[in-house]
Design a protein. Structure first.
Length: 443
């Protein structure tokens, strides 16, 4: 399956549910440092599951709830509220291991088959809301039905409960094989049970998609007794995990709340990072840049601190200085698509022909590494249009509209791109792929 087709399928699946938008707004969060950290954390358990980490996509949903789910193949969605609530690497690995169990077990394909037994689009929609979540909370794991739908829902949700139990057991095995502590899964699920206990009291346990809590925890406890306890977590990974939590909280919490949670008396790096972000958002640009420069002095070759400085500078109207910071970050991480995208955005804000040429180069490289970034595709279209490359601009716009679910606009721009680009060229072929896939979606 071609990459453009995979992106189209993913966009079709998640756009109505998430409302894709720019980084750090409601929807999906894109951040180079956080994605780097999640890759390092998830890699051992994905490999233990027999999955290729290079083709398992981890997405961060900007939602304060504690949850995670898989959908549309090898795509794991982690809620930001869960990332900040889980305070150890192994707890986060336990969540990912559980979701990897759904992927390795082929549960989504079987769930699609089971859903065909339910009657009516409303029933299917309710069951879809129950898809392969970890938490089993009432919102995600329960479907309330009436009349003739009830029996079908019970059948499908019972099927799902069996899959959840299987994913628990598979996840425990992946934790053990990766050298992680399986006890972390029990700790995570106890936290979920505590959160959901009051909300679950009035619900019919046989309309829940997850095993009843007592049964689920008993099965896990029995299995853990037979498994090794794992190795101590690599201190370097503990460091990156703490940075990830600090950065998420800095951007997602109200700044005063972040400054209270990370007071100046804390001098560790994650606390300094959280304060730098909170100060930037107040806004207090001088104080935020001073705090960030302290971190860069400690780690002068850290691409993510350099990238963050570029972001701070760009958002305070200092495009030239931002471009310099992003260039330094690109030197340290030359293949990171988001850092390249940031450089391109800063260069576009300089409004010169020379900077636009450099921007188009950086943005084209970013899009080559990751065509699922709507912001980069928007900027690439702008750079191409400024340089008179109308066919390339139309193609980038078509791909962006696919990602944002604006399919009629995507088709219009894809047709324009196919008309303007040389027949048989890679860009022309991508435009034709988009048109073909959109036609299939409409049939």
């Amino acid at each position: 399956m071609g990459r453009v087709v995979r992106i189209l399928i993913l966009a079709w699946m998640i756009w109505p549910m998430l409302g894709l938008s720019s980084a750090w707004s409601r929807g999906l969060i894109r951040d180079a440092e956080i994605e780097y950290t999640l890759d390092r954390i998830s890699r051992p358990v994905l490999q233990a599951a027999g999955l290729n980490p290079a083709i398992v996509n981890l997405y961060i949903v900007n939602d304060n709830d504690m949850n995670a789910f898989v959908a549309g193949g090898q795509n794991i969605f982690l809620f930001s509220g869960m990332l900040t609530a889980l305070r150890t690497v192994d707890e986060l690995r336990a969540v990912i291991a559980h979701e990897a169990g759904h992927i390795a077990g082929g549960h989504l394909a079987r769930r699609d088959s089971a859903m065909r037994g339910a009657r009516g689009i409303a029933a299917i929609g309710m069951i879809g809301a129950a898809a392969a979540t970890l938490a089993g909370g009432p919102e995600a794991g329960v479907a309330i039905a009436s009349g003739t739908q009830n029996a079908a829902l019970r059948q499908v949700l019972a099927h799902s409960r069996a899959e959840e139990a299987a994913a628990d057991q598979m996840g425990l095995r992946y934790m053990a094989l990766s050298g992680s502590n399986p006890q972390a899964m029990l700790d995570v699920l106890k936290a979920f049970r505590s959160r959901d206990f009051q909300r679950s009291l009035s619900l019919d346990p046989y309309l829940q998609s997850h095993p009843i809590w007592s049964e689920r925890l008993t099965l896990i406890s029995e299995r853990i007794a037979d498994l090794p306890k794992g190795r101590p977590t690599d201190p370097e990974l503990v460091y990156w995990h703490a940075r990830m939590i600090a950065k998420l909280e800095g951007f997602l919490r109200p700044p005063p709340e972040t400054l209270r949670a990370y007071p100046a008396t804390r001098t560790d790096e994650p606390a300094q990072l959280a304060r730098a972000v909170a100060l930037h958002r107040l806004p207090d640009p001088d104080a935020s840049l001073a705090a960030l420069d302290t971190l860069i002095a400690e780690r002068p070759f850290d691409p993510y601190y350099l990238e963050l400085k570029g972001q701070f500078l760009l958002e305070t109207g200092q495009a030239q200085a931002a471009a310099d910071a992003y260039r330094a970050a690109v030197v340290e991480a030359p293949r990171d698509p988001q850092i390249l995208g940031g450089l391109g955005r800063a260069l576009l804000n300089m409004n010169s022909q020379e900077a636009t040429v450099e921007a188009e180069s950086a943005l084209s490289l970013s899009a080559r590494y990751d065509r699922a970034n709507a912001g980069v595709l928007r900027d690439l279209a702008l750079a191409s249009a400024r340089l008179g490359n109308e066919g390339a601009a139309a193609l980038a716009t078509a791909e962006r509209f696919v990602l944002t679910g604006q399919f009629s606009d995507a088709a219009r721009n894809a047709r324009r791109a196919a008309d303007l680009l040389p027949t048989g060229s890679p860009g022309w072929q991508r435009a034709e792929d988009i048109l073909s896939m959109l036609r299939r979606m409409n049939n």
